[in-house]
Design a protein around this ligand. Sequence first.
Ligand code: 5AD
Ligand code: SF4
Length: 440
Amino acid sequence: MRRYHVTTFGCQMNAHDSERIKGMLESLGIGEAVGPEEADILVFNTCTIREKPDTRLAAYLGDAAARKRREPDVVVAVGGCYAEAQRDLIFERYPFIDVAFGPGSIPHLGEWIEAGGHAVPRGRFGTHETFAGTLPMHRERRFSAWVQVSMGCNSKCAYCIVPAVRGREQSRRPGEIVAELEALARDGVKEVTLLGQNVNSWGRDLAPEIRTEFGELLRACDAVEGIERIRFTSPHPKDFRDPVIAAIAECRAVCEHVHLPLQSGSTRILKAMRRTYSREKYLSLVERLRSAIPDLALGTDIIVGFPGETEHDFEDTLEVIEEVGFDSAFTFVYSPRAGTEAATMPDQVSEDVKRERMERLVAVVQRGAAARNAARVGRLEEILVEGPSRTDERLLRGRTRRNTTVNFTGTATAGDLVHVTIEGSTSTTLRGRVASLVAA
Ligand code: 5AD
Ligand code: SF4
């Protein structure tokens, strides 16, 4: 039996695409190998959002090239965002690659691999015509699942390569999404995360007779029996309208957790980034969310060192972070991406300044998150049990509705919803003990 191995880089959308890639290969009778050494088909599902994943990929591909020299029959397939961004150069740069495919051509991957990899004429990327959401899937987790609601992005954020690689936004039909949730619920899934590059503009491009909005999709998903938790990522602040806020507030299963990328707290930089909101607009959105959804957890993404960012702009960002009080934040050093508007902007910030700002940013983020987590001590939280703790096998691990990881003592089985009394905290996790099983 032939065996594949998939190495995944990047975001949750890519992790989910890998589930489709695996499902597709398994539907052809190809099994999963325990490691790359045992595989005849090596797949790399790549990311190109910053320079770092590109560099990591180069190291992995170095190993693949060595393997291929020893065993020429091994098939090397490189997909995902890096492959798409480099589609004109990838075979020149890495001549040993057999199959290259973009995120929009996963449905074709099987045919191309079946054709024997290197026997196929090269340079086939396909177009973004087919929804991977309808492909077979090899799910990585038993009780949680990703559900793709759209692909592509119509925003023009000056730093971001994603619109160039994932194309224009296309919404998946609501009936298809709900049917997938129903199938997942039948399969025992308790938690779903709806995925899209900009989830809350979902629906606007659908045919007039089924055109609808993200708030309505949340309500339709909430009605699916057996799904106890619904999350979504990522919304764009500019498209966060009141009906979506109302749906989050009113839907039983939709969690009190919103990941709301801020990027910068300086209106001047936000404008240069083409985010189309100001610091004040973001802050008022946070207020609208908090007044409608009690006990809301907020996460965010921040970029430091965008071209032209002054010390004053950066301090604005720190101020907004303090003012909002985020529960978690992903922090990134700006990384110029060829082909994006920002890559050729004047006043690129030096690496030293970027690094220094990053250190200060991380300190502020951690201090805030530590305080927010400390405030949970003494409370009873509903946890979806995921399995043993990653750091201590005697403990169990799970997440709260607010998406904080909790390590706890007591007896429970993966997939259970339990109430846990919180007894301790760090800036990223909570600690506790099981109080009771949540009645189903
Ligand atoms: N440099 C640094 N960070 C970036 N992001 C997107 N593009 C870049 C870039 N060129 C960050 C944004 C986005 C997250 C997924 O990655 O914060 O929200
Ligand atoms: Fe995800 Fe963006 Fe990386 Fe593609 S480039 S894998 S969309 S983070």
